[in-house]
Design a protein around this ligand. Structure first.
Ligand code: NAD
Length: 500
């Protein structure tokens, strides 16, 4: 990817790059020329100046996307052609993998080792929905009317507003953009102000793959200054949001006021339920990967360990031994497992949760302070009660809350006793128990003797406060299609009416 505009992306000023927005396949500064700093989480210093959008920029991005949806080469492409473009984009992801890893790691601090795997597999979403584009079909309905034909057509909405968090900007964009484009929509992306650059750079690949300009636009800026205008824009026909419950509720309420359908992928407080017969080594691996990977900055973090009292000590010993081996540090270092916390605000929020856990009487099993104030180290609290904040609230950091149980009923009841329902892990060798518990847990995804698998083919999303709607799989594309019912009268004119 080369610099396209020295006024915007690519300008080097004392080591700082300036990024414009991406509208109509071009780099565009904010209408009022404003920018904001994006900080490098590893140093805390600004590394990029990003265009600070406002209502005028939102309007320009949405109108351009709407024009692309209605009158560019996009609506005349066949579904098969759209699929070919998405497949080409998947290939380009792999060709440009290292550049994308570099930018995203710089922006949100995720270790390059972890990002490389995450972005390589992200190509799979574009490939999967590229293959699905020409398999979208309606039905002929056997209606209860003589001489009538009734069929359904699945149609795109038009402009989709896709709003993203900072923890996995490119991967979470793919979960929305790939199915939305396969269905024939246009998209206006609004990345988080804490990690905008990767989606800006990635946008050039749509042009390179051959998508008409404007089919995917990126508008940047601070959430409160951009998101309300985007969600409320009269040409936005569908909203898809990923982020925290607070902003999600605002977006959902605003969309509802405008009667715009809205998918919400929100937070979690997912339980890892370990029974006494579990393979404790495998469980410890899954629990550590579930809550410490990405420094716990994932929605699906398995942040509550519910463990049978009989194996409590043996499991905790395994977890702390593994956690202590994780290398936390410079995300660019190939040996680093976990990078810094993405923002200073998030770092402070994690520390505040740790203080509250201590005050509630929970026992710190593993809890080392970090002198730099940027890296959160794996932390484990034992004896966490169901009413404690650490049990009920999402930390979005590497903090595991441990609670013991004695019976299966108690385990299920504890698992469900939180506002969230994104995911759950069940660890047992008892097949009947595994399926029984999977059925009783209120969560959109249940992993049995594994954790953290997400693939393009399998639907993902929340129960309860963890969200509305699904991403990935067949469910994922349905979020971007609306059903039209078409009736045909087959009787024709009555005999002798003169219209033969
Ligand atoms: P966030 O809610 O702060 O921000 C998400 C988006 O909303 C950003 O683009 C931001 O600009 C915008 N926004 C924030 N506050 C706003 C406001 N007051 N008005 C209008 N717009 C606003 O989320 P985050 O901190 O970037 O990400 C972390 C959250 O995302 C966690 O809760 C995590 O669980 C959730 N998440 C969920 C999933 C999932 O698939 N369910 C995936 C990743 C992250």
């Amino acid at each position: 990817m080369q610099t396209h505009d020295t006024q915007t992306h690519g300008t080097q000023t004392h080591g700082t790059q300036t990024f414009g927005m991406r509208i109509g396949g071009a780099w565009v500064p904010a209408a009022d020329g404003g920018t904001f700093d994006s900080l490098d989480p590893a140093t805390g210093n600004p590394w990029a100046a990003i265009a600070r959008g406002s209502a005028a920029d939102v309007d320009a991005a949405v109108r351009d996307a709407d024009a692309a949806f209605r009158s560019s080469g996009w609506p005349t492409l066949t579904a098969t052609d759209r699929g070919v473009l998405l497949t080409r984009l998947a290939d380009l992801v792999l060709e440009h993998l290292e550049e994308l890893v570099e930018v995203e790691s710089r922006d949100n601090g995720k270790s390059r080792k972890e990002l490389r795997t995450s972005l390589r597999t992200m190509a799979g979403w574009y490939r999967y929905y590229g293959g699905m584009a020409d398999k979208v079909q309606g039905e002929v309905i056997p209606v209860d009317r003589a001489a009538s034909l009734n069929y359904t057509v699945l149609e795109p909405y038009g402009v989709v507003a896709a709003i993203l968090p900072w923890n996995s900007p490119l991967r979470l964009a793919a979960w929305k953009v790939a199915p939305a484009l396969a269905a024939g929509n246009a998209v206006v992306l609004k990345p988080s102000e804490h990690a905008s650059a990767s989606n800006l750079v990635f946008n050039e690949l749509f042009t390179k793959a051959g998508f008409p300009p404007g089919v995917v636009n990126v508008v940047t800026g601070l959430g409160p200054e951009v998101v309300p205008d985007l969600v409320a824009h009269p040409l936005v026909r569908k909203v898809s949001f990923t982020g925290g419950v607070g902003a999600g509720r605002l977006v959902g309420e605003l969309a509802a006021r405008h009667l715009t359908p809205c998918t919400l992928e929100l937070g979690g407080k997912s339980p890892q339920i370990v029974f006494a017969d579990a393979d404790l080594d495998r469980a410890a691996d899954g629990i550590c990967a579930g809550v410490f990977a990405s420094g716990g900055q994932t929605c699906l973090a398995g942040s509550r360990l519910l463990v049978h009292a009989a194996v409590h000590d043996a499991l905790l010993a395994r977890i702390t031994e593994r956690a202590a081996r994780l290398r936390v540090g410079d995300p660019a270092d190939p040996a680093t497992d976990v990078g810094p916390v993405a923002t200073a605000t998030q770092y402070a929020a994690i520390q505040e949760h740790i203080e509250a856990a201590r005050a509630s009487g929970a026992v710190a099993v593993l809890d080392e302070p970090d002198a730099t104030g940027r890296f959160a180290l794996p932390t484990v609290f034992d004896g966490v009660g169901r009413h404690d904040r650490l049990f009920q609230e999402e930390v979005f950091g590497p903090v595991l809350a441990v609670t013991s149980f004695d019976t299966e009923d108690e385990a299920v009841e504890l698992a469900n006793d939180v506002p969230f329902g994104l995911a759950a892990g069940v660890w047992t060798r008892d097949l009947a128990r595994a399926h029984r518990v999977a059925g009783r847990v209120e969560a959109g995804t249940v992993w049995i003797n594994t954790y953290r698998n997400t693939v393009p083919q399998s639907p993902f999303g929340g129960y309860k406060a963890s969200g509305v709607g699904r991403e990935s799989g067949f469910d994922g594309i349905r979020e971007y299609l609306r059903t039209k019912s078409v009736w045909v009268d087959l009787a024709g004119p009555a005999e002798g009416s003169g219209n033969a």
